[in-house]
Design a binder for this molecule. Structure first.
Ligand SMILES: O=C(O)CCC(=O)C(=O)O
Ligand SMILES: [Fe+2]
Length: 234
């Protein structure tokens, strides 16, 4: 992955799919070698600020580790270089939902805002699921400052490295029942998705829907993911 690859992506189409569905897949964001080397960091166990065993918190089953600063260079690059392409959608969503917040065009300025408010801990993470593991539906909110779109990259190969373990999104509409989507991902694919709320166009104008994401039960093997959240944590 290099910055030119990112600039060459169809961000207008990504924005359109985020508006319509609340998520968009970037096929083949990372190549297999990069996926393998990122997954290998998990077993190495260094460069992380904390490890969370999901079962201990009722978050599901499996575990994840938050990177510490400085992040691995590739993770910093992805976070800094992808962010600016998402800002127009993020700002449009805030406007359409009637929220006053607007996001600066560069990630460093947004992080400075998080840090000034006490959200200083890095949120990018690696997740690892074995057979029987899953991630309950959740939202990655870590304080007052929330960038409304995040990214996850599947680092393992479905059917070869693991079975089951699908990325799931639910959308809760006001006074209606929730709708689920399963996002088809191959190794190295990234999914952009709404962290929490997003506007949806309806017959009588925009209304807000609430998204949650999770992972269905892994049936066999080992599944790794890279999670990229643009706000830091309190
Ligand atoms: O493992 C996954 O696909 C989901 C990871 C996740 O919850 C996240 O990146 O925030
Ligand atoms: Fe998450």
């Amino acid at each position: 992955m290099n910055p030119e690859t990112l600039a060459a992506l169809d961000w207008q189409d990504n924005a359109r799919r985020l508006d319509e569905d609340g998520w968009a897949v970037i096929p083949g964001l990372l190549d297999e070698a990069t996926c393998r080397s990122l997954s290998a960091l998990y077993a190495q166990g260094t460069g992380f600020r904390s490890r969370v065993v999901m079962g201990r918190h009722g978050f599901g089953r499996g575990e994840y580790c938050y990177f510490s600063y400085p992040l691995p260079p590739l993770v910093t690059t992805l976070r800094e270089k992808i962010y600016p392409f998402l800002v127009p959608t993020a700002n449009r969503w805030m406007e359409r939902m009637g929220f006053p917040v607007r996001f600066p065009s560069d990630h460093q300025s947004f992080l400075a805002r998080c840090h000034a408010a006490g959200q200083t801990r890095p949120t990018p993470l690696l997740l690892r699921y074995g057979a029987g593991d899953y991630n309950c539906l959740h939202q990655d909110l870590y304080g007052e400052h929330v960038f409304p779109i995040q990214l996850a990259v599947l680092l393992s190969c479905p059917e070869r490295d693991f079975t089951g373990g699908e990325f799931v999104l639910t959308e809760q509409r006001p006074r209606m029942q929730s709708r689920a989507d399963v996002v088809p991902l191959r190794m190295g694919d990234a999914v952009l998705f709404a962290v929490s709320q997003r506007p949806k166009a309806g017959a009588r104008g925009d209304y807000r829907v609430t998204l949650r994401h999770g992972v269905s039960r892994v049936r066999s093997g080992l599944r790794h993911t890279l999670g990229l959240i643009f706000h830091d944590a309190a």
